[in-house]
Design a protein around this ligand. Structure first.
Ligand code: ARG
Length: 260
């Protein structure tokens, strides 16, 4: 009898000390019971490049958009405070893989190459690479880009595809999508290859530009996470699933992308 009580007490003690260890620097989630850690306790640090409307852009000094709102909803579900860090698109994967940010959320396309450095969450949106040209351009299809000067945002999938398909010598890389659009307007380049939603907002904001009625590449957007932090990956996937199921994701997307 005594032996049994001792064993139970011992088991309880083990469980307690396990809990204490697992609890360090971690939050617990409504979506899953697994303890996860974040770069800063209680904070979800999101790395983005806030020149990509309607996914992320500045409204005054505040970063708003689909990704910003999804991140806020995820952070709320996980009991964390959201902190958004704006950086070059090129730096986001490094910030995540070196443990400076918890997640990259930037209309980022899932690619096999990026998967070597980060894990991706479940996808939350679809993107299409499209071609912007000046009205009346002789470029009518993707194939017509052959031999033309194409502007892209540095290190984006548009950049990678265009370099592969049309040669690096024909591709001009800009830090921001908008810089590529400005170069197009001033006639420095012949076309811009970029994701469809930012393309729509650039074309709406500038006269004399059109989006070709052809889809270059269709892709999936997801959050990038540190390879080591699979507990946070699980927690974020759990939160995304809940937000999908209760309609929050759809309503955030509908707010920024009105139905056509
Ligand atoms: N979807 C493209 C990619 O992943 C472009 C994303 C650019 N995002 C941004 N926030 N600037 O490469």
């Amino acid at each position: 009898m005594k032996k049994r009580i001792m064993a139970i007490m011992l088991a309880a003690l083990c469980a307690l000390s396990l809990c204490a260890c697992g609890g360090k620097d971690s939050g617990s989630t409504a979506s899953s019971d697994a303890a996860f850690t974040t770069v800063t306790d209680g904070v979800l640090t999101m790395a983005t490049n806030a020149y990509f409307p309607p996914y992320e852009y500045y409204e005054g000094s505040e970063i708003v958009g689909i990704d910003a709102e999804i991140a806020k909803a995820v952070a709320d579900k996980l009991g964390l405070t959201l902190k958004i860090e704006d950086m070059e698109f090129d730096s986001i994967i490094t910030a995540v893989s070196t443990g400076k940010a918890d997640m990259g959320l930037a209309g980022m396309t899932v690619t096999e190459e990026r998967k070597q450095n980060v894990n991706f969450s479940d996808t939350y949106a679809t993107g299409v690479q499209v071609v912007i040209v000046p009205e009346g351009s002789d470029i009518k299809t993707v194939d017509d880009l052959q031999g033309k000067k194409i502007g892209v945002q540095l290190s984006t999938t548009g950049d990678i595809y265009c370099c592969d398909d049309f040669g690096t010598e024909n591709v001009e890389e800009y830090n921001k999508g908008n810089d590529a659009v400005m170069a197009l307007i001033s006639g420095k380049i012949d076309a811009v290859v970029i994701d469809n939603e930012p393309a729509k907002s650039y074309v709406a904001a500038n006269e004399g530009l059109v989006i070709l009625d052809t889809e270059y590449v269709t892709e999936e957007y997801a959050a990038a996470l540190n390879k080591e932090n699979t507990a946070l990956l699980d927690a974020i996937n759990g939160a995304l699933k809940e937000l999908k199921e209760d309609g929050t994701l759809d309503s955030i997307i509908a707010k920024y992308i009105p139905a056509e």
